[in-house]
Design a protein around this ligand. Sequence first.
Ligand SMILES: [Zn+2]
Length: 344
Amino acid sequence: MPPPSGRVSAPLAVVVAGALAIVTAGCGADAVDPVESPRTAAASATGTTPTSATTGTTPASVATGATPTSATTGTTAASSTHRPRAGRDGATAATTAATTTATSPATDPPAATTTTTTDATPLRGATVVVDPGHNGANARHPGRINRLVPSGTGRKACNTTGTQSVTGMTESRFNWLLAGHVVRALRAKGATVVTTRRSDRGVGPCVNRRAAIANAAKADASVSIHADGGPSTGRGFHVILPGPVAQVRGHDRIVAPSRRLGVAVRDAYRRGSGMPHATYLGRAGLDTRTDLGGLNLLRVPGVMIETGNMRNATDARRMADPRWRRRAGRAIARGVERFLLAQR
Ligand SMILES: [Zn+2]
């Protein structure tokens, strides 16, 4: 997680000469690369290269014209009466429809026609930026990640190393793997997904750059994936919402939609991952901050999620389980989906 402003110096101090020092007091969230094989996820896109980390501020997938034209499809499906989800749900809907038909006057239109519309790609036309926090080689390049960059309210370190789990997994690796599941789930639903890094072996990008990638993509939603290094007795996750930052033009108007996004992600993640709301900070799984460059510089709706406390043995055990990560990643995607569909 990102250290609060009071701890701003922490990320600068953690990288000790040559040592692979890891922040344990907070992840200094702001950096990213994604998937349980993130590169596969990135490459498996709809034919677009997902990352912009090396291509400048205009993400490749945006440059190739991913601009949606098919929002109609999603809208149509969303407005269908039953919105069958396939499989058993579809069967249930059909039964209901049949009953309705049997008991309705003969002049009614056949109800069954409204139950057969299934949109497998409800997010077609939407662009989502997924930002896996930190990067695998940050700790070996203190000079690069400690240089100061604009943060919206001042200047902060380009990036930090992130924390490390009590099971030995680095936060950057965890973020990358979890983000991969989010990316795949969103793409499967038809969204155009842009990621801020393309592997877990690089350095950065800086926090201001990550925000710039989301802004350049004109993302409908942006989600930064992190894991916290909280007190070992504290459990759970929280979603960090951007607060007002007068110095950044266009930022204030994303505060309200970001809150809606954050609430949707919190609710979906709570249900899907089984992780409790953080017991050691925030309130009901939400926290608002204005000291994080990655959020301050956004001009599109965005949130950061601290998916669990890597310094807590119970959370860490769960986070080390690949099956849990898949559930958790899909849950985040569902939260984003819910937010996006509510916008239409
Ligand atoms: Zn972090």
